[in-house]
Design a protein around this ligand. Structure first.
Ligand SMILES: CC(C)(COP(=O)(O)OP(=O)(O)OC[C@H]1O[C@@H](n2cnc3c(N)ncnc32)[C@H](O)[C@@H]1OP(=O)(O)O)[C@@H](O)C(=O)NCCC(=O)NCCS
Length: 216
């Protein structure tokens, strides 16, 4: 286990979250929408009542973060309520890079569909995890993921879901599989991007503090 602390993200941590996102997800769609968009997105996570938003820190330095939420349909409805300010935050980058529109519209449609589904109060989504490139490979990501699962369980979730790219992403897929996530389905998010959906049941989740399995 690496040295450091896992704690809840606070509003004054958002600049470090954005900086780590930009480094860990270089070239990814959300990153290309710019730092103002990222800040608005993570602010929305922070403001969601059933957020699970944790940071791994060493002193005042953040080494990584994990962001997600219980009841994904409610979160996407909350995000939809901020769609205007998020669009404004991304506007410059969308104008400079018109090719981002296709993926942006498809993400908006997906969020819309998810927001319109019934409540899922026992499901948590791990939406993003990023570790600073200089801190990767030291157990920070694993520690954050285990803390996320434990917090989700404390918030009465019985299952956690996440999606990640199926192609050219072997290390990340292995990372989740090693932690016990099972790939339950694949789907095309755009005609050229296949995603793996992983789920894990929150029974027997290893405790970060005790290093022993939890009871259900
Ligand atoms: C994926 C990520 C969060 C993993 O965090 P990390 O701190 O580097 O990973 P850890 O050091 O905690 O590794 C945990 C386990 O995964 C394995 N692992 C991590 N990265 C690996 C890699 N690139 N190749 C092979 N195995 C890897 C480790 O060997 C370790 O296994 P062990 O517990 O058996 O020793 C981090 O690399 C990252 O931020 N990547 C860029 C952003 C990203 O892709 N996020 C996920 C998108 S959904």
């Amino acid at each position: 286990m690496p040295p450091g602390l896992i704690r809840a993200v606070r509003a004054n941590d958002l600049s470090q979250v954005v900086a780590i996102h930009q480094q860990a997800f270089r070239g990814f769609h959300m990153t290309l929408l710019g730092p103002r968009f990222l800040r608005g997105y993570y602010r929305a996570v922070l403001d969601y009542p059933a957020a699970i938003f944790l940071a791994a820190t060493e002193g005042s330095q953040m080494r990584g973060f994990v962001a997600g939420f219980v009841n994904p349909p409610r979160f996407y409805a909350h995000l939809r309520s901020r769609k205007r300010s998020l669009a404004l935050a991304a506007a410059t980058h969308l104008c400079l890079r018109p090719h981002l529109w296709r993926r942006t519209l498809s993400s908006m449609r997906r969020a819309q569909t998810l927001a319109d589904t019934d409540d899922q109060p026992y499901l948590a989504e791990l939406a993003s995890i990023g570790v600073s490139p200089t801190a990767q490979g030291r157990g920070v990501g694993k520690q954050l993921t285990l803390a996320f699962l434990e917090t989700a369980r404390q918030q009465r979730a019985t299952e956690v879901l996440l999606t990640t790219d199926a192609h050219n992403n072997d290390a990340v897929n292995r990372f989740y599989q090693n932690l016990g996530f099972q790939c339950v389905r694949q789907f095309w998010i755009t005609p050229d991007r296949l995603m793996n959906e992983y789920r894990i049941a929150l029974t027997g989740v290893q405790s970060v503090r005790e290093g022993t399995p939890h009871d259900a």
